[in-house]
Ligand binder design. Structure first.
Ligand code: NAD
Ligand code: UD1
Length: 360
């Protein structure tokens, strides 16, 4: 029976679709392409040699979401769809609350209506806010510090209430640390809009010559070299973590949160140096003030995912940088912009991109 992947055309979703298809799952994607391109789905099919159905649907459009459940006998849902830009969430919080929270509530209501109660949810290490201590365990106190992070924290609470009210639900809350890297084919990867906010896409764009230099936000943190420390995790390891979580929700009821990280922290300057080495390109940088809202150090204690999901990150930092660079090098402008988001949004007719692409 098929797995519904909301936000399946996005960065983490597309990599997860590859792993699902490779494992023989039937995959159905639901995405509004607000922050992605259908070309990613075509490439997922190309990488795997398998096909999947994709629906151009917004989660806020309840009737269309219902139609997807009506047309398919969905067994479980992996829910990536959401907006994720921290700065934007501060400027337009209601848009974030509406899209992320209302979207998730509608999804769960429709799931309940159709008796689908297995859910893997994309949460984030951002729910921990400023951690008391590292490595961070799942029972650390939560305290997101911006509207984006609060949408994740609130959704976690909503899902706990749902699981408590009806014990037939099975839910995994996956708290990702810092996903980077790309599929080793170099065909899918992260394709940020405009100026990247996150470190790795920024470094990649400096390496390819699209941006002049990196700004390193702060060198006075209490870390090994004064720059911020994070737990970077290869997106393919992360994708595989979703398969383990899926197996878990398919077999055991209840709700659990899991950290998906490596347990190792790297500083900004260590990342710059590793990227320089694997790409052979200079990465000029300047040291600037701290970025408001940043924390000093954040890395996971991933033991719970190891013990309960039988999952561990396997790919190291060089591999992460190598794969990010291969994607950037071969796709300097990301996905084929011929499939412009504007065209997709206005297109209400069923269109086939590669094997299957449907409007309801
Ligand atoms: P992404 O933006 O690449 O993918 C999200 C996808 O969801 C996009 O394809 C977008 O078009 C779609 N989407 C958004 N709102 C939608 C809606 N209302 N209806 C249908 N589709 C919608 O982001 P990503 O990096 O792949 O992240 C996936 C999930 O993981 C997100 O929920 C994000 O908040 C979470 N997350 C990401 C990171 C990270 O660093 N990338 C870290 C922690 C958590
Ligand atoms: C950011 C978000 C977080 C989100 C995560 C993954 C903020 C405050 N936090 O976290 O909510 O879950 O991305 O999407 O935006 N850095 C530079 N120069 C840059 C970019 C980053 O020095 O141009 C540094 C940062 O200060 C940090 C590290 O690189 O020390 C990683 O930054 P980033 O990739 O943005 O991730 P987070 O800050 O962990």
């Amino acid at each position: 029976m098929p797995i519904l992947v909301t936000g399946g055309a996005g960065y983490i979703g597309s990599h997860t679709c590859v792993e699902l298809l490779n494992q023989g799952y039937e995959v159905i994607v639901l995405d509004n392409f607000a922050n992605s391109n259908p070309e990613a789905l075509t490439r997922v099919e190309e990488i795997t040699g398998k096909t999947m159905k994709a629906y151009h649907v917004d989660l806020l459009d309840r009737e269309s979401v219902k139609e997807v459940f009506e047309q398919n006998k969905i067994e479980s849902v992996i829910h990536f769809a959401g907006l994720k830009a921290v700065g934007e969430s501060v400027s337009v919080p209601l848009y974030y609350y509406q899209n992320n929270i209302t979207g998730t509530v509608i999804l769960c209501e429709v799931m309940q209506e159709y008796g689908v109660k297995n859910l893997v949810f994309s949460s984030s290490a951002t729910v921990y806010g400023t951690p008391d201590k590292v490595p961070i365990k799942e029972d650390s106190k939560l305290g997101a510090t911006n509207p984006y992070g609060r949408t994740k924290q609130m959704i976690e609470e909503i899902l706990r209430d749902v699981a408590f009210s009806d014990p037939s639900w099975s839910i995994s809350l996956l708290r990702y640390f810092n996903p980077i890297g790309a599929h080793q084919s170099g065909r899918i990867g992260e394709d940020p809009n405009g100026i990247p906010n996150n470190l790795m896409p920024y470094i990649s764009q400096v390496a390819i010559g699209k941006r002049q230099q990196l700004q390193v936000f702060g060198n006075d943190y209490p870390t090994k070299d004064g720059t911020g420390v994070r737990d970077y995790i290869h997106v393919v390891d992360l994708a595989i973590g979703h398969l383990r979580a899926l197996e878990k929700v398919q077999s055991i009821k209840g709700i659990e949160a899991y950290n998906l990280g490596t347990g190792i922290g790297y500083s900004v300057l260590e990342m710059v140096e590793t990227f320089r080495k694997v790409s052979g390109r200079p990465i000029p940088y300047e040291l600037t003030d701290r970025r408001s809202g940043d924390i000093s150090t954040c890395y996971a204690d991933p033991a719970k995912a190891r013990d309960e999901l039988n999952w561990q990150a396997m790919r190291g930092i060089e591999q992460m940088c190598k794969d990010s660079w291969r994607w950037q090098y071969h796709n300097p402008n990301g996905y084929n912009k011929a499939f412009s988001k504007q065209n997709i949004r206005n297109d209400r007719n069923p269109v086939r991109y590669a094997a299957g692409f449907f409007n309801v």
